[in-house]
Design a protein around this ligand. Structure first.
Ligand SMILES: [Zn+2]
Length: 442
């Protein structure tokens, strides 16, 4: 069994919306109360209460109705999270990590988790448990939950800006295959993570997969540019320190938060789709091991603000996590290996060659030439854990499947122009040319 989580939007009436946000605020209040209580105790030289059972006792002394409609199992969930975070920090500190921090920060809104039995899913309707004596809270989901009702373990109510979501966590069985088609752990594919190609996969039998991330990069670029324009336009209205913002300023802030959230959603969606394509490709080729080059070592280096921004948009940790979750469910093993030098080593003769600036890799020693990102993937496939590039079994990919990530993004197709792009000017550099009618629908 593997644990998977899906995010589903809520469709709510004004009254339901108020109640849902009431729950989030109440959860924030529970946490704020614990933090305040412990600060108070610290100032008086008493030990902080961090034990879960003791915290629950304090909560029950507050009596029913102290936290609005939040019922006690949900409130206890908040206490559990606080207690776990506190003990995790304490453990890290005793292990000598001085940078570990105890939970101190209050938040106005906190996600609320509903455990098994405190929610009911009926197709597109969801009932969330509230405090005793309150009318039941039913909300509408904007799509059906992608798991069978029996597998759902918990539901978490959360917000992103002004939007409400639930995260549905389910225990899903590992995929089963008819005999003879299951993934074979001996068949290894190497995965190179990159910006232009989020996943470049070199598999056995001379097959490769390239997933283009150009739409993702364009989305990140346009979002940054758009944010800059907007910020410049409202800089005059920014409140001085100590001043309350004007109504127009608050409107700008709300809009900016909404756009930020939309951008994040788009990128996440595209990265998940890309990972799904990799897994589907691997399953049809019976690949049982994905060896992924972990580039996170290079992220610690300071490389200037432009490059830092590029790395932040890339989010390799998230790419690895997406792939890992989906591989686990498909019954494919995922190994992380060091990716250093993998895109500057010739996969045929093993000689180190300077990393090419373009996409084409050429070996000055043996004359081999191939796609740079697939060279990375092929070398990673041959690398043992922490060791050098050794065995050479897979031939370099000659049959390459091309896929695109972020096909749903605006501007990825000729018929849909991204509204954030500036109007183009004739044949100027970077212009998509004169306006053309959309191609006829197929
Ligand atoms: Zn060579």
């Amino acid at each position: 069994m593997v644990v998977r989580t899906a995010r589903v939007g809520l469709r709510v009436t004004l009254g339901q919306r108020r109640r849902c946000f009431g729950l989030l605020v109440a959860a924030g209040d529970v946490r704020a109360c614990v933090l305040d209580m412990n600060r108070w105790r610290r100032q008086r030289g008493l030990a902080a209460i961090t034990n879960f059972q003791q915290l629950c006792r304090e909560l029950h002394q507050a009596g029913p109705g102290a936290f609005g409609e939040l019922n006690s199992p949900c409130a206890e969930g908040i206490l559990r999270r606080y207690s776990d975070a506190w003990f995790a920090a304490a453990k890290r500190r005793t292990d000598g990590d001085a940078s570990a921090r105890f939970p101190r920060r209050k938040r106005r809104l906190m996600p609320v988790r509903f455990r098994h039995g405190s929610f009911t899913i009926d197709r597109q309707r969801l009932r969330l448990a509230v405090a005793r004596g309150r009318p039941p809270l039913w909300v509408h989901l904007d799509r059906e939950v992608p798991y069978p009702a029996g597998q759902v373990r918990s539901v978490t109510l959360l917000n992103e800006g002004a939007r409400l979501f639930v995260e549905v966590t389910a225990e899903v069985p590992v995929a089963t295959y008819p005999p003879g088609t299951e993934p074979d752990p001996e068949r290894v594919a190497g995965v190179d993570l990159g910006v232009i190609h989020p996943y470049a996969v070199a598999g056995p039998d001379g097959e490769g997969l390239l997933i283009s991330g150009r739409a993702l990069r364009a989305e990140a670029h346009l979002h940054l540019k758009d944010t800059k324009y907007r910020r410049r336009a409202v800089a005059q209205r920014a409140p001085k320190p100590g001043q309350a913002g004007s109504r127009r300023w608050r409107k700008y802030r709300a809009r900016q938060r909404r756009l930020e959230a939309r951008h994040k959603r788009r990128i996440k969606q595209a990265q998940h789709e890309a990972a799904k394509q990799v897994i589907e490709w691997a399953v049809t080729r019976r690949i049982g091991t994905l060896r992924v080059g972990d580039p996170r070592g290079v992220l610690e280096l300071k490389a200037g603000r432009r490059h830092n921004q590029r790395l932040r948009d890339w989010r390799p940790g998230y790419l690895i996590r997406c792939l890992k979750d989906k591989a686990e469910q498909a019954g494919i093993r995922l190994e992380l290996v060091d990716e250093r030098g993998s895109s500057s080593t010739c996969p045929v003769c093993g000689r180190r060659v300077p990393k090419p600036a373009g996409r084409r890799f050429r070996c000055t020693n043996c004359g081999f030439s191939g796609h740079r990102d697939l060279v990375g993937g092929a070398n990673i496939a041959h690398r043992t854990m922490g060791g050098p590039i050794t065995t050479k079994r897979n031939p370099f990919p000659v049959v390459i499947t091309h896929r695109r990530a972020g096909r749903h993004l605006p501007g990825a197709r000729p018929a849909r122009r991204d509204p954030r792009r500036r109007p183009h000017h004739g044949t100027a550099n970077g212009s998509p040319g004169r306006p053309r009618p959309a191609p006829p629908p197929r």
